[in-house]
Design a protein around this ligand. Structure first.
Ligand code: ARG
Length: 585
């Protein structure tokens, strides 16, 4: 009903001018959803805010305003309540018309944006030779959902994986492998990512303990940067190993992403430093090249530097992000760039973007946004770890979720004395397990820390994936029981809104576009989850009160259509969270 609100907004603006004169042109009518459904659907609070300016009592303002308000096409006659609230109730006819539009086309009547943008979503972005951890899982799930919503709205989205595939860690790792496991550097598939992570730990240990090793590792970095073919070949192999293991996770999660790692920007780094120098922003501090930041100070209150080239000549994470932002603006022509990382990187981005802005690399038309999220915690509130205190491997985490979903399912089948094939059980357990992991993450306000609990995410009741999947499957169950092909229901037969629960469900269905608009603007997928949860609840209330298959015509078809629209909305909404539905579960 985003369109409805926009329309009401316009009508209010006109009425304000008609009632009180030109000087009120552009006044915000302060139109919000009604605080209580018994007052109607929307309320306008503008009368209170104008009392002083107009020197009138708010109630009198409201009374005068509604005489000029022309909303009869969609609302019952407006009423004034309390201190001067204007209450609006949508007409049932109007709602029926809107529902009809939802039935047309394959997008549930949802329009594409009129202002499509070129958007980059920078997400997932694990580091080569290190295991992808739960933080990357959050970034992957949240970033994917944001990308899906923006794509659906009609934006041109470039999904980028800013993989950490360059840097001093390769010096260490390659040096270590040369002595410990040379085959890994010449032969594809010689290593599993698990081994690579082990090797990485050992290499780090050698690096910290052994001076000669340290020197050799530095030499290797120099060789790598100088483009030495054998070293590059080793680097490429290591990246390939990691890439394959990341891809396995992406496949399981149905994530589509383009790799454009840190190494991609490597050739551009000297230019970044040179240009900062030409602009007079560069300062040499103890051999390092840096830009002093505005608004970032150390304990002594002195400005902090952002180092862009270390004293040994090497570049760092920030230099790469400077090159990346410039590339994205100039080459990708991005208008909105969204970076999905843990909240701990907020300063990093603020600093890099400040320097880029001062260098004049970010036109006003470009919006850069950090989408931060909190840390993943175990049920004890501490950092999420395995029982033995190791970081949890994502493959294991997904396996575990699926295994538990399977146990739950098998118990349920036994109780219901249902016999299902092994294929069915596998499929349902996989979808439920993966969906539960995704949904649990997305349904939280992403800025808070997130407590990982298999039991909570797999619960059949509550704001969980299984609850939503179940509501969808319930509708499919109605269609099977009644032998009705829901896709054959046409907009020709009207949806009758007689019962309160029908009306409440219909109104909720029509709020989908509003919610999508919010997610598009603020990038909080939990709003979409909340919406789908409430929609499922409204549906269940409707289904408890209103017989569907047993109702007489035309009520029967009307209710079937409402149920079908609910299922379609759930399916589409869940798909925007990266979750697929089950016809039966
Ligand atoms: N690789 C980084 C990490 O693991 C995340 C990269 C995020 N994107 C970026 N453009 N800096 O923390």
């Amino acid at each position: 009903m985003k369109a409805t609100i926009a329309q009401l907004q316009k009508q209010f603006e006109q009425a304000l001018v008609a009632a009180f004169g030109e000087e009120l042109a552009g006044t915000d009518p302060i139109l919000v959803p009604a605080s209580n459904p018994k007052f109607g659907d929307y309320q306008a609070n503008v009368a209170m805010s104008l009392a002083k300016k107009l020197g009138m009592a708010p109630r009198a303002i409201a009374e005068k305003l509604i005489q000029h308000l022309e909303v009869s096409d969609c609302c019952e006659p407006p009423t004034v309540a309390g201190a001067g609230f204007i209450n609006l109730t949508l007409k049932t006819d109007y709602l029926m018309g809107q529902l009809k539009q939802m039935q047309m086309g394959d997008r549930l009547g949802l329009p594409r944006t009129k202002a499509p943008q070129r958007v980059i979503v920078d997400f997932s972005s694990p580091n080569i030779a290190k295991e992808m951890h739960v933080g990357h899982l959050r970034s992957t799930i949240i970033g994917d959902s944001i990308a899906r919503v923006l794509e659906f709205q009609g934006h041109d989205v470039l999904r980028l994986n800013h993989v950490g595939d360059w840097g001093t860690q390769f010096g260490m790792l390659i040096t270590y492998l040369r002595e410990a496991y040379p085959a890994a550097l010449t032969q594809a598939d010689a290593l599993e990512i698990g081994d690579l992570v082990e090797f990485y730990k050992k290499a780090k240990q050698r690096f910290d303990e052994d001076e000669a090793f340290k020197e050799a590792a530095r030499q290797t970095v120099v060789q790598l940067q100088a483009g030495d073919e054998a070293t590059l070949q080793a680097w490429r192999l290591l990246c390939e190993q990691s890439r394959q293991s990341f891809q396995k996770i992406y496949d399981r999660l149905d994530i589509c992403i383009n790799e454009r790692g840190e190494s991609f920007y490597n050739p551009l780094l000297p230019g970044v430093v040179e240009d900062l120098d030409k602009l007079g922003l560069l300062v040499e501090d103890q051999g390092a090249k840096c830009v002093f930041l505005e608004g970032f100070t150390n304990k002594e209150g002195e400005p902090l530097p952002l180092i862009v080239q270390k004293s040994d000549g090497g570049y760092n994470y920030a230099t790469t992000d400077l090159a990346a932002v410039r590339y994205r603006v100039q080459q990708d022509q991005v208008e909105r760039a969204i970076y999905v990382t843990d909240a701990g990187q907020a300063n990093h981005f603020a600093q890099v973007w400040q320097v880029a802005a001062r260098a004049g690399w970010i036109p006003d038309s470009v919006k850069l946004e950090h989408v931060p999220f909190g840390v993943v915690q175990g049920e004890d509130g501490k950092k999420f770890k395995t029982r033995s205190g190791e970081t949890v491997r994502l493959q294991d985490l997904l396996d575990e979720a699926i295994a538990r979903a399977r146990t739950d399912l098998e118990e349920r089948l036994q109780k219901e004395e249902r016999h299902e094939t092994e294929d069915f059980i596998n499929h349902v357990a996989t979808v439920v397990g993966i969906s539960a992991v995704k949904y649990a993450d997305l349904s939280q306000n992403r800025t808070s820390n997130y407590i990982f609990s298999y039991d909570k995410m797999l619960a059949l009741l509550g704001n969980t994936a299984p609850y939503m999947l179940y509501a969808y499957a319930r509708v499919q169950g109605i269609s099977r029981t009644g032998g009705v092909d829901l896709s054959q229901l046409t907009p020709d037969s009207p949806i009758l809104l007689q019962e309160e629960t029908e009306l409440a469900l219909a109104k909720d269905l029509l709020k989908f576009d509003e919610v999508l608009g919010e997610v598009e603007a603020d990038l909080f997928p939990n709003r979409l989850c909340q919406y789908l949860f409430e929609l499922s609840q409204k549906f269940n209330q409707f289904y408890d009160r209103c017989p569907v298959l047993k109702a007489e015509e035309p009520t029967r078809t009307s209710r079937l259509t409402l149920a079908a629209l609910t299922a379609q909305t759930l399916k589409l909404g869940l798909s925007l969270l990266g979750i697929s539905v089950l016809e039966r579960m």
